[in-house]
Design a protein around this ligand. Structure first.
Ligand SMILES: Nc1ncnc2c1ncn2[C@@H]1O[C@H](COP(=O)(O)OP(=O)(O)O)[C@@H](O)[C@H]1O
Ligand SMILES: [Mg+2]
Length: 311
């Protein structure tokens, strides 16, 4: 591995933000994001997600700590760091009378990139905006404006793309469409950092998830490991005959009667082997408890998230 490829895409050390009104929006935070990963910062409204990424992107001044983007300090080496970053902001600010094409070229010029018609065409085509290239921004639909924001953020070919709540208030179809765009960018080697309060979004896309709450990152974990570690499995038995109470011989299993006695559930840790189930099923049959259906359900990231944010 050469030295450059071992440098993290983003290295955050003791980064914090106290706004002028005294609010500590981000407590000192360390975080490292590897090249080529999709990292989702997941947290409720007001958790500090935008504050964190806006500091990395140079829009909000940190109160302390430092950030390096591919080794470049965002303050001391602002130009180099900033040229590596693309940001799709949370707020839509696209009331302009300029055309799609003009806006993308303008964004490039902000980074001192010369006009590149071939790249702009490629970019607009990949975001299905090419047909709209001569339309005025003000005439675009909400979905097209979103895609245009992505085009602007990608205009100077950044290596790291930040998406702040990319699908807030977006309809289901566009949301899926945006997810596809993000996954394609990752395949092209772009590192992606997105913030979201939609668990579904983190679950669908992220390689790693950081859960942030009240200005603190509560946990950073590989998404699949997160689900394994905190996730639970639930065994649901639909009973042949309703059951009023759990026989004492089965008390050790943490069973629950649900649906007015028509089903019996058993929650167990995902890391526990399923071997105990066999024993449970034998004991049930010993007690004469028959079931007509059996299913297991894995808890989603949603349940993990709710657990962590409430605690
Ligand atoms: N410019 C600001 N001045 C004072 N407080 C702010 C400012 N921007 C955000 N905040 C506060 O900081 C906290 C974190 O906000 P934000 O980073 O926008 O959260 P998120 O993006 O997770 O919803 C919130 O309580 C918010 O009200
Ligand atoms: Mg935000």
């Amino acid at each position: 591995m050469d030295s450059q490829s071992s440098v993290p895409a983003i290295l955050i050390s003791s980064l914090e933000k106290k706004y002028d009104n005294g609010l500590q929006a981000l407590h000192p935070t360390d975080l490292s994001i590897q090249k080529g990963e999709i990292f989702a910062l997941l947290g409720p409204n007001g958790a500090g997600k935008s504050t964190l990424i806006n500091m990395v992107c140079g829009i909000v001044n940190p109160s302390g700590g430092e950030v390096k983007v591919q080794g470049y300090d965002i303050i001391k080496e602002y130009r180099q760091a900033r040229s590596l970053i693309g940001l799709v902001p949370q707020e839509l600010t696209t009331h302009s009378f300029e055309t799609v094409n003009q806006i993308v070229e303008f964004s490039r010029s902000l980074f001192n990139c010369p006009k590149d018609h071939k790249y702009t065409e490629e970019l607009l085509r990949s975001l299905t905006l090419w047909e709209k290239r001569d339309e005025k921004i003000i005439a675009l639909s909400g979905g097209m404006k979103r895609r245009l924001l992505i085009a602007q953020a990608l205009s100077h070919k950044p290596k790291v793309l930040f998406l702040d709540e990319p699908t807030a208030g977006v309809d289901v179809e566009l949301r899926k469409n945006l997810w596809d765009i993000v996954l394609r960018l990752r395949d092209q080697g772009v590192t992606i950092v997105l913030t979201t309060h939609y668990i579904e979004e983190a679950e669908a896309m992220a390689d790693r998830v950081g859960i942030i709450n009240k200005g603190k990152i509560a946990l950073v974990e590989d998404k699949n490991r997160l689900l394994e570690k905190f996730g639970h499995k639930k065994l649901i038995l639909t009973l042949a005959k309703p059951l009023n109470r759990i026989p004492s011989s089965l008390q050790k299993y943490e069973l629950e009667i649900e649906g007015e006695g028509t089903s019996l559930t058993h929650v167990y840790s995902s890391v526990e082997e399923d071997m105990n189930l066999n024993e449970l099923l034998c004991d049930l049959s010993d007690e004469g408890i028959m079931y007509s259906d059996l299913q297991t359900k894995k808890s989603s990231l949603e349940e993990v998230f709710v657990q962590l944010v409430q605690s």
